[in-house]
Design a protein around this ligand. Structure first.
Ligand code: NAD
Length: 463
């Protein structure tokens, strides 16, 4: 890896340089892991109440700085400012609160016969995060890890690293001791690989693409470290024949285009009864028209640019390939549309009448691209929903909640929202299959950073 090389950070809406971070070299990665190891000795012994206090302070500080954090993320990622305020900057506080609430409860005592089972902090965590929700993804690893008593080396995405610099200041101000959370910048192939393969790491927690996740798991296997993988998605929104079609389609389109479609859990496949397909397409196209790309600093903006020119080319390439394959374009354009002169903007896209096995219905696009899949009956709907290698999120829409629950139970995925239910920052989040393994958020997130120890008591001493 090339040590100390500058990485220029770009505003994707203006293509202007807005900052520089410096790539770590092997000695710096090593020093960060060593600092985390040294800090682990004391932090792992810190009383639960003290860790709760630090998390409480962190939550307050994030709350105080929410507006500034939202502005930073809008400049760094291109997220519309209203979304940046509502999700990018607000969710991290909720993530911390969910961990703090766990620490506020007394620790559960577990006995199996004459064995007491205790949970202990697992050690030093390598946290590698993506650019799409840069603060949320970092906090979603750091908060549960330090709640568990672990120490952390964070490597954020080189594409949008600025929010994590601000986070480091907040961690210090919250009273997180020196060495408990360490930050190294750099690309995945250099700094990322050096970190996840470092012998001083006990847990690798990776969020990113499925391809990179496979490589990370292989590197971590050599040491070996425990691995948590939060990977890509191609989630389905399943509309049953008794559902409110207008509400279901409108919410699905908004969910699909959230953050420019650059959301791992986005519902990018809308599965509808065949006899209502054309109606669904009309509603989706009308809704897509409301997502005109524009200046993300405008509070009315609903769709900003994609994060980089590479991401824009990738998305447009997939859209063109789908059109070339004969997929019907119900809304949008293959050339990106007439857009601002600068910035990595694309117009949103809706494909209709899509076969569940089509490439555009199988692969994660990570842009504002919705496919509408017509099906005959509930069996076919479930089969279509499960016909991808991914299994991260999903939705079911029905007037009959019992029916919706039964369909949700058959979906091979980590989360399902019924009839547009809200995100729960304390509920376990994560995937199956190509979407990864392990869970984040709240108690389940903390559990990933612990290891169990069984202590056997002599006969007559048990519980
Ligand atoms: P990415 O895989 O390119 O990079 C993610 C992070 O991993 C970055 O920090 C990168 O530098 C690092 N990295 C890349 N290759 C690496 C390697 N070989 N070794 C170590 N580190 C490496 O992903 P991205 O483009 O930043 O993010 C988009 C992807 O992340 C999408 O696939 C999206 O679905 C996924 N994602 C998943 C979740 C989830 O919770 N499941 C959440 C957000 C994003």
């Amino acid at each position: 890896m090339a040590g100390n090389e500058p990485i220029e950070v770009e505003n994707p809406a203006t293509e202007e340089r807005i900052g520089t971070v410096h790539c770590a070299d092997p000695a710096l990665v090593d020093a960060a892991v060593t600092a985390a190891r040294e800090a682990f000795a004391e932090w792992s012994q810190t009383p639960r109440a003290d860790r709760a206090k630090v998390l409480g302070a962190l939550s307050s500080l994030i709350g105080d700085r929410e507006e500034e954090l939202a502005q930073t993320i809008t400049r760094d990622v291109g997220s519309p400012i209203t979304l940046a305020r509502r999700i990018q900057a607000a969710l991290p506080k909720a993530d911390v609160d969910a961990c703090r609430a766990v620490l506020d409860e007394p620790e559960a005592q577990e006995w199996i016969g004459h064995s007491q089972v205790v949970r202990e902090p697992a050690g030093v965590v390598a946290a590698v995060t993506p650019w799409n929700y840069p603060l949320h993804q970092a906090v979603l690893k750091i908060a549960p890890a330090i709640a568990a008593g672990c120490t952390v080396v964070l490597k954020p995405s080189e594409v949008a690293p600025l929010a994590t610099e601000a986070l480091m200041d907040l961690l210090v101000a919250a009273g997180v001791p020196h060495g408990v959370v360490n930050l190294v910048h750099g690309t995945g192939s250099s700094v990322g690989e050096a970190l996840v393969g470092h012998p001083g790491i006990d847990v690798v927690s990776f969020t990113g693409s499925t391809g990179a996740g496979r490589r990370v798991a292989a590197l971590a296997a050599a040491t070996p470290a425990k691995v948590v993988l939060e990977l890509g998605g191609k989630s389905a929104s399943v509309v049953l024949d008794d559902a409110d079609l207008t509400a279901a389609v409108k919410v699905t389109v908004a969910n699909c285009y959230l953050n420019g479609g650059q959301t791992c859990s986005a519902w990018t496949r809308l599965i509808v009864p065949r006899h209502r397909h054309d109606e669904a397409v009309d509603i989706a196209a009308a809704q897509a028209a409301r997502f005109a790309p524009g200046d993300p600093t405008d509070p009315a903006a609903r769709l900003g640019p994609l994060v980089s020119s590479a991401q824009r080319e990738r998305v447009l390439g997939m859209v063109r390939a789908a059109v070339a394959d004969g997929t019907r374009l119900a809304f949008g354009r293959t050339d990106g549309g007439s857009l601002p002169d600068r910035g990595h903007f694309v117009t949103p896209v809706v494909f209709s009448g899509v076969d569940p096995t089509a490439r555009i219905a199988q692969e994660e696009v990570f842009g504002p691209v919705l496919v509408i899949i017509p099906v005959d009956g509930e069996e076919e709907a479930v089969a279509a929903a499960n016909a991808v290698p991914y299994g991260l999120h999903g939705a079911v829409w029905s007037a009959d909640e019992g029916r919706a629950v039964a369909v949700a139970a058959r979906m091979r995925t980590g989360q399902v929202d019924l009839n547009g239910a809200a995100h729960n920052p304390a509920a376990p989040f994560g995937g199956v299959g190509a979407s990864g393994l392990g869970r984040e958020s709240g108690a389940y997130g903390i559990a990933e950073y612990t290891t169990t120890k069984a202590i056997q008591f002599p006969a007559g001493r048990a519980s």
